[in-house]
Ligand binder design. Structure first.
Ligand code: THG
Length: 369
């Protein structure tokens, strides 16, 4: 039986939902209490577009948590272990968020929009509740809410040409995570050089949901001569690139050090922040497991699979793989995995209990491709 997703009012739709559905959305997941398209039914074509062409993705699920008021930047600084000295309007930053135990609870992109407004473009957990609670408890002068903002990603090596045709050549000068306010046909946007792939691209943060269908059509038209087609955050590409998927790759004890986020964590800064004492202790103790790549032997996996596959070495449990796929670029099955440091340092292969039987894997650094 085909498993269906129930559509109802409790799970929200992005402003691009109807357009994405009309263009063949074949599968969806749920992320930030919204439907997120995950496939248009042709995984090979979707992969090809992001690697060699250009794809458009409904990533309206990347909700913005707005911090607005005189204490907006102060609250942002208190929420993340990243050092935000030199933060400026127009340059986004990747800002892990941890709880008081130093466990990662989200990994947003931060955009300072104005002097008193900051957006956290969040992964899949309820940061508006967390941030609003902390702001209230600390008596900060800031409002925390979710504005009507919905990103549409344009990803792949031809994305720059498509976006330049729509908005002008200035977009080529944006640095990675750089952004600017823009508009097309009067539709208000924030245009950013970003996106969850390492193939390059942009994200159009739509600032008024009523124009979702129109913006989708404008991107589709501008991309037509470049072969644009619909897609979704690409499962194979993200495993090749080692991009972190919060909730898939993490568990309820994952630290930023285990994820290799060391350069985004500053426990020596003067600024206080949630989890500072715990993160200091974690840094001093060193990690017992690390986020790594795997090359898995045997026949190509018939589909991608996000199950938690257990890893063993000489019969001992040494970690889990959280996403696996056959990679056309590596010409091997690959995975991202959380692996014990002891297993990594042994230099020996690990056994993977995968959906298609037991396989053997070599541990490799990220990115894999
Ligand atoms: N775009 C926007 N919002 C988002 C995501 C996005 N919110 C949810 C999720 N994705 C946030 N997580 C990530 C994880 C990794 C990256 C971006 C967002 C990423 N990492 C690069 C890397 O790992 O090499 C660069 C990090 C850096 O050097 O700063 O791109 O995709 N709007």
């Amino acid at each position: 039986m085909v498993l269906q997703l129930s559509i109802g009012a409790r799970v929200r739709k992005s402003p691009f939902f109807d357009a994405a559905r009309a263009d063949g959305m074949a599968a969806a997941s749920v992320y930030n209490h919204m439907y997120m398209p995950t496939s248009y039914g042709d995984p090979a074509a979707e992969y090809e577009r992001v690697i060699n062409g250009v794809a458009m993705w409904d990533v309206g699920v990347e909700r913005q948590v707005a911090l607005k008021g005189p204490d907006a930047v102060a609250l942002a600084r208190y929420l993340t272990p990243r050092n935000l000295d030199g933060l400026k309007i127009g340059q986004g930053k990747y800002v892990p968020i941890c709880n008081y135990e130093g466990t990662v609870i989200n990994d947003p992109v931060l955009l300072q929009i104005t002097d008193d407004e900051v957006w956290l473009s969040i992964a899949d957990s309820d940061i508006s509740l967390w941030a609003g609670g902390i702001a209230g408890a600390r008596g900060m002068d800031v409002r925390v809410y979710e504005p009507d903002v919905s990103p549409l990603a344009i990803q792949g090596p031809k994305a720059t040409d498509v976006v330049a045709d729509m908005f002008g050549g200035w977009i080529r000068e944006l640095r990675y995570f750089g952004f600017a306010e823009a508009e097309i046909e009067g539709i208000p946007l924030v245009l950013a050089r970003s996106g969850w792939s390492k193939q390059g691209g942009y994200e159009l943060y739509l600032r008024d949901g009523q124009y979702g269908a129109r913006l989708w059509q404008l991107v589709k038209q501008a991309g037509a001569s470049y072969g644009i087609g619909p897609g979704a955050p690409n499962y194979i590409e993200r495993v090749e690139s080692g991009l972190i998927s919060y909730g898939a790759d993490t568990d309820d004890a994952t630290t930023p050090y285990e994820l290799g986020m060391d350069k985004f964590i500053d426990v020596d800064q003067e600024q206080d922040f949630v989890g500072k004492a715990a993160l200091r202790a974690l840094r001093d103790a060193g990690v017992k497991r690390r986020f790594m790549g795997l090359l898995i032997d045997g026949d190509p996996f018939p589909t991608t699979n996000e199950a938690r596959w257990k890893l063993h070495q000489n019969g001992d449990y040494v970690g889990y793989a959280s996403a696996a796929a056959y990679s056309p670029r590596v010409q091997s099955n690959i995975a991202v995995a959380m692996v014990s440091v002891a297993a990594i340092e042994s230099g020996q292969p690990v056994d993977v209990a995968c959906n298609w039987g037991d396989r053997t894997a070599t541990i490799v650094p990220l990115p894999i491709a």
